[in-house]
Design a protein around this ligand. Structure first.
Ligand code: SAH
Ligand code: SF4
Ligand code: F3S
Length: 479
């Protein structure tokens, strides 16, 4: 342990002069590996470092500071980080020969889980910082000038959200008309396969007005759609202005009042936290888009219990029925794991059967990956890789068919599409349907940020193709 510089308090650098912003900007390269929360965190790291004189670059070779914002969820995600670090070490050495210094930071969930082990495996790393501490990057960089191997993985008492720098309007504009906003962090559910409760810490919600202020700032920069993110976003219970607590439905209804915001989404949800107020919100709140990502993981009660998911397949099916009764056109998405320890062919069959019953518009599916420190990794009845893979492919074949059929059914329908960016070909623009499908059409770039009426002509794989219809009367067009 000696030799490592473990920070425990923000006072550790007292006495050091504040650096003056560099005349020519230093270059920052940030790469994110994980979920949308990691992508959000990466943006926030760039925002925190901008006042320190760092400008982002897309060119790794010219970066003075490289941040790998890592993910620990599956083995492959973690191994990718170490192979990338090997390449960075060579880059750092080559730049040093040319007289240029490169600092390497490992942030995110691998940083939290592996801590100082990262310095042992890769000596070129300068700083290891966990997801709850990235607001302290400026201070950690100052410390890295004089100490090697700066480690910051404590769960701090203060919230990073109270220390975040805001991006300027031009930066917001560059990032587009749809933005992610973290509203909830961490998880107390402890599913037996999952590292998140260990890497992100205990569940916590941001207060409503802090989120509303961030969303208002984004809207002022041209954002029309916000996706509220959290590992358990529907467990949200944030403080309101008057000191009470509100659920996610209360938050979405507050954010719908922010001028300019036309669409609200949220991800990712646990079936156990899908409360009546949120289901009702899907019926009553026009801003709330008809798309729900509700991971089920397995359709077998035995496996769900072993996963500690705390619901049965019948609970999930009943919930889906209730949600569809409230919002009949809602598009459903889910996560699945194949080959969890002890999964028999019969258990797997129950998952396929659940998929056939629900019909998903979209899905993510994974082979079970034993993660160090999680209870399921200790189970004796691990499933061979070949079986996990064979099941994954069978499951994905059904999910692909359902997704294509969902997309195909859109032909002939008229949808409201939020135009986000230029299309694939000259003269085309691209946007998203309410059901999160990418839509391409002929149109002019000045429609970016508008919600337009589109008649869907055809679909191809994930994408829809349509033609612009005349605008509806202004009163209706916004929402
Ligand atoms: N909070 C969300 C999921 C977060 S992780 C929920 O409760 O559903 C995103 C997805 O990664 C999970 O839904 C799960 O399908 C997958 N996942 C998590 N740990 C995994 C593991 N050890 N092996 C394989 N897939 C895993
Ligand atoms: Fe992981 Fe389960 Fe928490 Fe989701 S609910 S983040 S799967 S422990
Ligand atoms: Fe990965 Fe951490 Fe997200 S483990 S999925 S980056 S919360």
């Amino acid at each position: 342990m000696s030799g490592f510089d473990q920070a425990r308090s923000a006072g550790a650098v007292s006495g050091e002069p504040e650096p003056s912003p560099a005349k020519s900007p230093r270059r920052l390269f940030v790469k994110s590996y994980g979920c949308q929360m990691n992508v959000y965190d990466a943006r926030k790291m760039a925002d925190v470092l901008a006042p320190e004189g760092y400008a982002e670059t897309a060119l790794l070779e010219e970066a003075d500071l490289v941040i790998l914002n890592t993910c620990h969820i599956r083995e492959r995600a973690t191994e990718k980080v170490f192979s990338e670090l090997g390449k960075l070490r060579a880059l750092k050495a080559a730049r040093a020969e040319a007289g240029r210094e490169t600092k390497i930071v490992v942030a995110g969930c691998v940083a939290q889980a592996e801590g100082e082990e990262i310095f042992r495996r890769q000596k070129a790393v300068d700083i290891v910082v966990g997801p709850q501490n990235y607001h302290r990057l400026p201070e950690l960089l100052r410390r890295a000038k004089t100490s090697r191997a700066v480690l910051e993985t404590e769960f701090p008492a203060e919230s990073k959200f109270d220390h975040l720098a805001a991006p300027g309007p031009s930066e917001i504009r560059k990032r587009g008309v749809s933005a992610f906003v973290t509203v909830q962090e961490g998880c107390d559910k402890f599913c037996t396969f999952c590292v998140v409760p260990y890497t992100r810490g205990a569940e916590a919600s941001r207060p409503v007005e802090g989120i509303a202020a961030e969303v208002a700032m984004l809207a002022a920069g041209g954002v029309r759609e916000v996706t509220l993110i959290g590992q358990n976003v529907n467990a949200y219970h944030g403080e309101t202005r008057d000191g009470a607590t509100t659920s996610l439905a209360g938050l979405t209804s507050r954010l719908a009042q922010v001028s300019g915001i036309a669409r609200i989404r949220y991800t990712t949800s646990h079936p156990g936290d899908m409360d009546a107020s949120l289901i009702k919100a899907h019926r009553d709140q026009p801003c709330l888009m008809p798309f729900l990502h509700l991971p089920v993981q397995s359709g077998s009660d035995k496996i769900l219990a072993a996963m500690n998911r705390r619901y049965k397949r019948s609970d999930y099916l009943a919930l889906i029925a209730e949600i569809r009764a409230a919002r009949p056109d809602i598009a459903l998405s889910s996560d699945f794991i194949t080959g969890f320890p002890g999964e028999t062919e019969e258990d797997f069959g129950a998952t396929l059967d659940l998929i056939e019953k629900v019909e998903f518009a979209n899905a993510f599916s994974f082979k079970y990956s034993a993660r160090p420190g999680t209870p399921a990794a200790e189970l004796q009845n691990q499933i061979p890789e070949a079986v996990k893979l064979e099941r994954l492919l069978r499951l994905q074949a059904i999910l692909d068919r359902q997704r294509l059929s969902f997309n195909r059914k859109m032909a002939g329908r008229k949808l409201d599409v939020l135009i986000e960016k230029p299309g694939r070909h000259a003269g085309q623009i691209a946007g998203k349907s309410p059901y999160l499908q990418p839509v391409q059409m002929e149109g002019s770039l000045d429609r970016i940020g508008d919600i337009v009426r589109v008649e869907i002509v055809s679909s191809c794989g994930n994408s829809l193709f349509g033609r612009l219809l005349p605008d509806r009367p202004a009163r209706e067009a916004l929402r």
